[in-house]
Design a protein around this ligand. Sequence first.
Ligand SMILES: Cc1cc2nc3c(=O)[nH]c(=O)nc-3n(C[C@H](O)[C@H](O)[C@H](O)COP(=O)(O)OP(=O)(O)OC[C@H]3O[C@@H](n4cnc5c(N)ncnc54)[C@H](O)[C@@H]3O)c2cc1C
Length: 368
Amino acid sequence: MEKVDAIIIGAGVVGLAIAAKLSRTLQNVLLIDKNQSFGEETSSRNSEVIHAGIYYPQNSLKAKLCVEGKALLYHYCQSRKIPHRRLGKLLVAHGEAEEQCLAKTIEQAALNGVNDLTWLTSAELKTSNPNLNASAALLSPSTGIIDVHSYMQSLLAELEENQGQFVAQTTFVEALPYDGGFDVTLNSQGEIMQISCDYLINSGGLHSTNLAGNIRGLAKAHIPKLNYCRGHYFSYQGKSPFKQLIYPVPEAHGLGIHASLDMGGQLKFGPDTQYIDTIDYKVSSKLKEKFVAAVQRYYPTIDAERLQPAYSGIRPKLEGPNDGFKDFVIQGADEHNITGLVNLFGIDSPGLTSSLAIAEHVQSTLKL
Ligand SMILES: Cc1cc2nc3c(=O)[nH]c(=O)nc-3n(C[C@H](O)[C@H](O)[C@H](O)COP(=O)(O)OP(=O)(O)OC[C@H]3O[C@@H](n4cnc5c(N)ncnc54)[C@H](O)[C@@H]3O)c2cc1C
């Protein structure tokens, strides 16, 4: 049987970051994905925002890995020439109750080590952002945008520079742990293959819990329920009225329908939140009314004609529609007792921002 040091299942941005990281330490790292290429699921269906890490509860993995990941990601982008821009974002309030949320956000951010937020009054906003309607805003200067595809390409190049390998159109079927490793069955375009490895990483995103069900010996108690929460985007044709990202005060399961720009300067609004039962990326044009109403609060002169359905992404969420905050789950042997196995569950936002820090966390979970 062929043998490698590590198999990483799932070539989204997180699996790629883990594979690139492990390939610096291990000889033979194999990254697989069931799709035609890398990053075809959640990693190419998001806002492409480098988050500051201001909202998440103190000491949560999301807070810690977002703040660490942001610093690592900006450094990585600079050193590997990945297109990105530190545009900054405005978190906008309308009225006293929302301004109180902004004040609490400053405190929460400080607990997470983010101390660079500044308060802008409505008079200051009128001068700097004449198209914006808000009674006050917080400026987060460390928020930015990134070309995720270039970032993923660079991680893949790093893996290959270190003699690691990426194989597409290859589906994980099952794994059988033995003392010190795993016998793994893969299906590569209809051909069944057996490979053994010392380390097995489940970074399967929306499929991570189904995958985990096919790791023999992993107790069902360690496999959480995953919920699908779709977010839709509408693009805004023509010149953007904003130079920064504009966010409303966060809502229950997302950050609210915000305005973000891509590296080409295209403005888009979204994502909203809609829990769904099956993976389906449709964007109904009927959502336009809801989008116009949400955006009008901070951009009253929006031209609905310029708003077009664009794309959607699905958050792999551990929290259901009636639950509160749930953190990333990154399980190693201390949790499930299977040496060499790491399962990643619920890697929704800020998974992109956190990706390099998640990779470091996985490496230390493996005690490498
Ligand atoms: C609407 C939306 C907006 C977001 N915005 C942001 C943002 O602005 N900033 C931010 O930091 N984060 C954001 N996120 C979160 C971020 O996109 C994700 O955390 C990140 O992309 C997760 O990457 P991943 O590698 O874990 O998952 P994925 O990209 O989903 O990759 C998982 C891979 O596993 C593969 N796979 C699954 N099963 C198998 C199998 N059996 N065999 C082989 N391969 C398999 C899949 O094909 C897939 O390619 C957003 C998410 C959504 C949905």
